[in-house]
Design a protein around this ligand. Structure first.
Ligand code: NAD
Ligand code: IPM
Ligand code: MN
Length: 358
C-alpha cells in the first residue's frame, strides 16, 4: 500500500520540544498498525533560519513541499528576534494560503479527569468543533499605509470574502454537521456591526442551509457567542467562523475545556491537491520554552488527525487515530500530566506515557 510522505517542521520555541514527542508517537503507531510513513525533518521555517538567511524559508520551499502528503508542524514565532507578522507570513500563513488549506478543523473536548475552569461541567459536556475559514476574510494582504509621518497618516486593511471562499467553508461545515449525532451548526457572525462582509456571510449561510434540511442551525454574533462558550458550552456541536473569529474561538474553546495545551488542528485542502498541515492550535510559548513543561498532547492529537486524513477511510489509519486518542485520554486521566493540567510531568514524561499506553 501507499507510503505517505510527511514533512516535519519544528519551528520555534516549544515547537522544538513537542514535535519530537509527536514523532515518537507516530513511529509507535506506525509499528502497531502497520502504517507506511516516511517522515523527513526539515530544518527551515523558523526564526533562526530567518536571522541567518533573511527569509524564513528557501526560495524553492513550494517545490520542496508540494510532493509531500502532509506537513507536521510545531509552531513558529519568536517576537524578540523577528516581528510576528514577518515570521508567520513567511511560513505558516504562506502554507495555508499557497496550498489552499481552506479548512481549519479545531476540535474542543473536555476530557475525563481534567479540572474544568467552568463551574459544574464534566467530561462530555464540552464536545464541539470549530471550523475556521483559513485562507481569506480578515487575514487579507490588501491595504497599506498612507501619508506616513504626517498628521494624516493612516493604515487600511480590507477583509476579503469571496463567494467561492465563503461557500466552500460553509459547505464543509454543514457536511460535517450532517454526519454528527446532534446535527447542529452555529455560524459566528457580526452582521449588526460589520455591515458589508458579515451580512454577506449570513446570506450565504442561509442559502447553504437550504441544502441541509436535517441540520438545525443558528447564527450568533461573535460577542454573545464568546459569552455562551463560557456559560453554555454544551449547546455547541459544529461552529463555523471566519478566519479571525475562528482564531479567537479556537483558543477560547480549549481554554474553557481546561488548557490550550491539548488543542489540535488540521489545516486541510480537502481536495488533496496539496499537502495538508497538522499543528497544535497554540504557539511557540516563549514564556515556558526550555523548561520541558510544554504539554505535547496538542501536537500528538494533531498527529492523530493527520493519520486519519492521510488514510482517507483506510481502517488501519482510522484505528491508529482512535488508538492515539484513547492513549491520550488514559494518560490525561492517570498521569503523568504537565503543569497546565495541574501536574508535574515533563513534556517527555507525557510523550513516553502515551507511547507506552499505545
Ligand atoms: P502561545 O500559544 O504560544 O502561548 C500562550 C500561553 O499558553 C503561554 O502562556 C504559553 O506558555 C501557554 N501554552 C501554549 N502552549 C502550551 C503548551 N503546549 N503547554 C503548556 N502551555 C502552553 O501564544 P502567544 O504567547 O500569543 O504567542 C507566542 C508566539 O507564538 C508568537 O510568536 C505567536 O505569533 C506565535 N504563535 C504561533 C502559532 C503557530 O505557529 N501556529 C500559533 C499561535 C501563536
Ligand atoms: C493560529 C495562530 C495563527 C493565526 C497566528 C500565529 C498567525 O494564532 O494558528 O491560531 O492567527 O492563524
Ligand atoms: Mn490562534
Amino acid at each position: 500500500s501507499k507510503t505517505y510522505r510527511i514533512a516535519a517542521i519544528a519551528g520555534d520555541g516549544i515547537g522544538k520540544e513537542v514535535l519530537p514527542e509527536g514523532l515518537r508517537v507516530l513511529e509507535q503507531a506506525a509499528r502497531k498498525w502497520d502504517l507506511n510513513l516516511s517522515i523527513e525533518v526539515l530544518e527551515w521555517a523558523n526564526c533562526d533560519y530567518y536571522l541567518e538567511h533573511g527569509q524564513m524559508m528557501p526560495d524553492d520551499w513550494f517545490e520542496q513541499l508540494k510532493g509531500f502528503d502532509a506537513i507536521y508542524f510545531g509552531a513558529v514565532g519568536w517576537p524578540d528576534k523577528v516581528p510576528d507578522h514577518i515570521s508567520l507570513w513567511g511560513s505558516l500563513l504562506k502554507f495555508r494560503r499557497d496550498f489552499d488549506q481552506y479548512v481549519n478543523i479545531r476540535p474542543v473536548r473536555l476530557f475525563p479527569g481534567v479540572p474544568c475552569p467552568l463551574a459544574g461541567r464534566e467530561a462530555g459536556d464540552i464536545d464541539f468543533v470549530v471550523i475556521r475559514e483559513n485562507t481569506e476574510g480578515e487575514y487579507s494582504s490588501v491595504g497599506g499605509k498612507m501619508f506616513e509621518g504626517t498628521e494624516h497618516e493612516f493604515v487600511l486593511q480590507e477583509s476579503v470574502f469571496t463567494r467561492r471562499g465563503v461557500d466552500r467553508i460553509l459547505k464543509f461545515a454543514f457536511d460535517l454537521a450532517q454526519t454528527r449525532p446532534r446535527k447542529q451548526l452555529t455560524s459566528a457572525t457580526k452582521s449588526n456591526g460589520i455591515s458589508i462582509s458579515m451580512p454577506y456571510w449570513d446570506e450565504r449561510t442561509e442559502r447553504m442551509a437550504e441544502q441541509y434540511p436535517e441540520v438545525s442551525w443558528d447564527k450568533q454574533h461573535i460577542d454573545i457567542l464568546c459569552a455562551r462558550f463560557v456559560l453554555q458550552p454544551d449547546r455547541f456541536d459544529v461552529v463555523v467562523a471566519s478566519n479571525l473569529f475562528g482564531d479567537i474561538l479556537s483558543d477560547l474553546g480549549p481554554a474553557c475545556a481546561g488548557t490550550i495545551g491539548i488543542a489540535p488542528s488540521a489545516n486541510l485542502d480537502p481536495e488533496r491537491r496539496f499537502p495538508s498541515l497538522f499543528e497544535p492550535v497554540h504557539g511557540s510559548a516563549p514564556d515556558i520554552y526550555g523548561r520541558n513543561i510544554a504539554n505535547p498532547i496538542a501536537m500528538i492529537w494533531s498527529g492523530a488527525l493527520m493519520l486519519d486524513f492521510l488514510g482517507n477511510g483506510d481502517e488501519r489509519y482510522r484505528a491508529a487515530h482512535d488508538g492515539i486518542l484513547r492513549a491520550i485520554e488514559r494518560v490525561i486521566a492517570e498521569g503523568p500530566i504537565t503543569p497546565d493540567l495541574g501536574g508535574q510531568g515533563s513534556t517527555q514524561d507525557v510523550g513516553a506515557a502515551i507511547v507506552s499506553a499505545l
